[in-house]
Design a protein around this ligand. Structure first.
Ligand code: NAP
Ligand code: FE
Length: 364
């Protein structure tokens, strides 16, 4: 079986915004809501490119720059209502995974400004506004996924996935990622490896998702090694990292993520660990689990990606800073029930028991 549905028009390469956005804007009157973080949309040059294209098309832009890392649902509600009140007919997310994910939830609130939080998560909505994404990190693959990860009013990260959240189009110009600080290059690289491995070692994997996942890892090996060694990255390196992130996104479109992502959210919520790192800390354990129980699948990934298991482990460890905390036993016990028969955790090949998760959290 090889089912997949991926309706996003993807433009990845130099001048993607200038060359391809004008055509797609023809079906919109505006105003358009631009969703950004604090400064990266400007710093990367992406915001200026989008504003130039909108102005050429005589489309008015309204800017919401209140999205922060691990975006809050309350910010999405606020921005959605702003888009509704301004009569916007399109949402454009510009930035890393945080503004891109937020744009998808904002598109829901723009169409349904009175939704309560419960109704939002219960999907009491049908047609969000269309979304364009302009990526400035090379990590989440949010450009091509149905996923919007937002933090609810209790502080918990929810990964909401729905085909209606697919962006209509995505524009990725690797030049925008040239301004990424080293720490973000490493943590987003770790996120890509996590997507590719969690997808490849997933019960729902198929030929297409495995090919995308293995190719994603193959593409990022050399540029990520350079980054780990403190060498400057060329535009070619940045392009490879960006394409790897899109391939990782395509892979998780088919399978979703697995154990490391779901448990990793907790480290971000409680201890502010950057998303990619919070997931990748569990990858060495995932590799051991797969080697022990599914040795042929382990070999299939490392062969297709062109890297030995040992070297991939070293590459992963090179992205990880030392964690500045230990989890207490009380903390672990209080959290464990959330992973009991959790669908995402159980989609990992072989699944995980709560006991196994307890041990991994204690060992961090
Ligand atoms: P991010 O949270 O969007 O951004 C991290 C930091 O990098 C921010 O300080 C941001 O600044 C800065 N930054 C972004 N682009 C930059 C650039 N070109 N130059 C300089 N600085 C730049 O990071 P992310 O790792 O891309 O996204 C993480 C989020 O995505 C998490 O919430 C995670 O749960 C989610 N996620 C979603 C999916 C999915 O499938 N949708 C998959 C994995 C993860 P500003 O604040 O100024 O923008
Ligand atoms: Fe991720």
């Amino acid at each position: 079986m090889m089912n997949f549905y991926m309706p996003v028009q993807v433009f990845a390469g130099k001048n993607a915004v200038k060359d391809h956005m004008p055509d797609l804007l023809k079906s919109f009157r505006g105003p358009v809501l631009l969703v950004t973080g604090a400064s990266s949309a400007k710093k990367s040059g992406a915001l200026d490119d989008v504003l130039a294209v909108l102005s050429e098309q005589n489309i008015k832009a309204v800017i919401y720059d209140g999205i922060r890392e691990n975006p809050l649902l309350s910010s999405c509600m606020e921005a959605g209502r702003m888009a509704h009140d301004a009569g916007c007919d399109l949402i454009i997310g510009i930035g890393g995974g945080s503004p891109m994910d937020a744009a998808k939830s904002i598109a829901v609130y723009a169409a349904y400004p009175d939704l309560t939080e419960e109704e939002f998560y219960a999907k009491k909505w049908t047609a969000p506004l269309p979304v364009f994404e302009v990526g400035t990190t090379s990590g989440t693959g949010s450009e091509v996924t149905t996923v919007s990860v937002v933090t609810d009013s209790t502080g918990r990260k929810h990964s909401m996935s729905d085909p209606r959240l697919y962006p209509m189009a995505s524009f990725g110009d690797p030049r925008y990622t040239m301004t990424l600080p080293l720490t973000v290059t490493l943590s987003t690289g770790a996120d890509v490896i996590a997507h590719c491995m969690e997808s490849f070692f997933n019960k729902k994997a198929n030929e297409f998702s495995r090919a995308a996942a293995a190719r994603g890892i193959r593409l990022l090996i050399e540029p990520l090694k350079k980054a780990e060694n403190g060498e400057p990255l060329t535009l070619e390196d940045r392009s490879a990292l960006y394409e790897a992130s899109i391939l990782g996104g395509l892979a998780i479109c088919v399978t979703g993520t697995a154990f490391p992502h779901n448990v990793g959210y907790f480290l971000t919520e409680r201890h502010g660990v950057p998303h990619g790192i919070a997931c990748a800390v569990f990858l060495p354990r995932l590799m051991e689990h797969i080697r022990r129980n599914f040795p042929e699948t382990a070999d299939a990934l490392y062969d297709a990606a062109g890297i030995s298991e040992e070297d991939l482990k070293t590459l992963i460890l090179g992205t990880l800073p030392a964690l500045a905390f230990r989890l207490t036993e009380e903390e672990i016990e209080a959290e464990l029930p959330r992973w009991e028969n959790n669908r995402t955790v159980m989609s990992t090949l072989g699944g995980y028991t709560l006991d196994e998760i307890r041990v991994m959290l204690k060992e961090l």
